[in-house]
Write a new protein. Structure first.
Lengths: 158, 242
């Protein structure tokens, strides 16, 4: 199973990556952050990855963790996430890969709230796309620029 | 205009600080140098007119009533960035967790509490209340659909309760409940990688809101049930999905 970044050679779509606190700072540290980057670069192309600053174990929490999403404190949560939104917008990348459901939901909301209009995706989506097996109905979080790229069995679209 | 000075009682009250000394390895909050690194790197600084340094000082000064009345512990995500930069390695997130726990359960945020309660009502432990039957139905239904519409994956499996599988894969409730097609790319990747994996019909949930609501008994119940299901199936690795 060898993923390829050829699909993105001409497109040149940029990606950044959220380092989920629970996975990186709180559990496995910088080595897993390096692994995540290795995998993402293999899939989107080295030149199409832009890191947030700061990152890895020094990354900022997005504000989706610790139950914040369910606490009913929406205004506070969005204020908390302003740093994360600034970090993402500074990269200029239209896609954020978030390997955590809480991060995914929070960053998605930050994008809408602050008007950054970047997309948040699961790593499995972009890996399956790079393997050429991502079908038309598995693109919930992709933007229009990637809805039609290398579609596996386009005739199965619902 | 300066605010009126806060008067500290001359007599020692029942102080949370003493409890902290028992529960935290670095429990002596007087170690705090008040350098403020924690606050300058904390996204929750300023919310509820609070920040980590101020919060720590209030605990150290025995201002228990004010601490317990504050909603700030629910704005802290316990992300541990403050511990990382603290010269004295004071575990503020652990302190936050214990202060969450010190509040009566009915006074803790309803949204998190409801998610914990929903999980405890079903064997799946799903915070969205998904039943064993519904989960099995969705997984089988989606799998069948893809085996037919994408023939290259006619042999793909999404096993439930497969004994002796290498990996026990957990699943966040959101996919099976609201966006089942999102489960498929991961199944495909596991299939192409030749991974031997299984879901459990019970305790498959990836989320644990009882942890966030600081309900330690139910937090432990969920974690033990997940471990028990993995052991029962003889799986070697508990795999946490994204």
């Amino acid at each position: 199973m060898k993923p390829s970044s050829d699909w993105n050679k001409d497109l040149g779509i940029k990606f950044t990556m959220q380092d989920p606190c629970q996975i990186v700072r709180k559990s496995f540290g910088d080595p897993i952050a390096e692994d995540l980057r290795y995998a993402l670069k293999a899939v989107v192309g080295e030149e199409n990855f832009i890191d947030m600053q700061p990152n890895k174990s020094n990354n900022y929490c997005c504000g989706g963790g610790g139950g914040f999403l369910q606490s009913g404190m929406k205004e506070h949560r969005l204020t908390y996430g302003k740093i994360k939104d600034d970090q993402i917008q500074a990269t200029g990348a239209p896609y954020v890969v978030a390997g955590c459901h809480n991060c995914h939901a929070q960053i998605h909301e930050l994008s809408e709230h602050y008007g950054g209009h970047y997309k948040v995706i699961h790593f499995w989506t972009i890996l399956a796309l790079s393997l050429g097996v991502l079908g038309p109905n598995e693109r919930e979080y992709l933007g229009d620029d990637l809805k039609e790229v290398d579609v596996f069995h386009p005739e199965s679209a619902l | 205009m300066a605010e009126a000075a806060i008067k500290l009682g001359g007599k020692k009250k029942s102080i949370f600080m003493d409890k902290v000394k028992e529960i935290l390895p670095q429990g002596n909050l007087s170690l705090c140098l008040t350098c403020g690194l924690c606050s300058s790197g904390c996204p929750a600084t300023g919310l509820e007119s609070m920040d980590p340094r101020k919060f720590l000082r209030m605990v150290a000064l025995g201002m228990d009533d004010e601490i317990l009345a504050s909603d700030w512990p629910w704005c802290c995500t316990m992300c541990q960035r403050c511990v990382r930069v603290c010269p004295m390695q004071i575990d503020i997130p652990q302190l936050i967790f214990n202060i969450r726990k010190a509040r009566p359960r009915e006074d803790r945020p309803k949204g998190i509490r409801d998610s914990c309660d929903a999980a405890m009502k079903t064997e799946t432990l799903s915070a969205m209340g998904t039943s064993v039957e519904d989960f099995i139905f969705v997984v089988e239904d989606v799998l069948e659909e893809y085996q037919e519409s994408q023939p290259e994956f006619a042999d793909m499996q999404a096993p439930i309760d497969k004994k002796g599988a290498e990996f026990f894969l957990n699943q966040n409730s959101r996919e099976p409940v609201t966006e089942p097609d999102e489960m498929v790319p991961l199944w495909k990747i596991l299939h192409l990688a030749g991974a031997d994996w299984t879901y459990g019909s019970k305790a498959w949930t990836g989320e644990n809101y009882c942890l966030f609501i600081a309900d330690t008994d139910n937090w432990e119940k969920i974690t033990r049930a997940q471990a028990a299901m993995t052991t029962e199936l003889g799986c070697k690795t508990y795999l946490n999905t994204e």
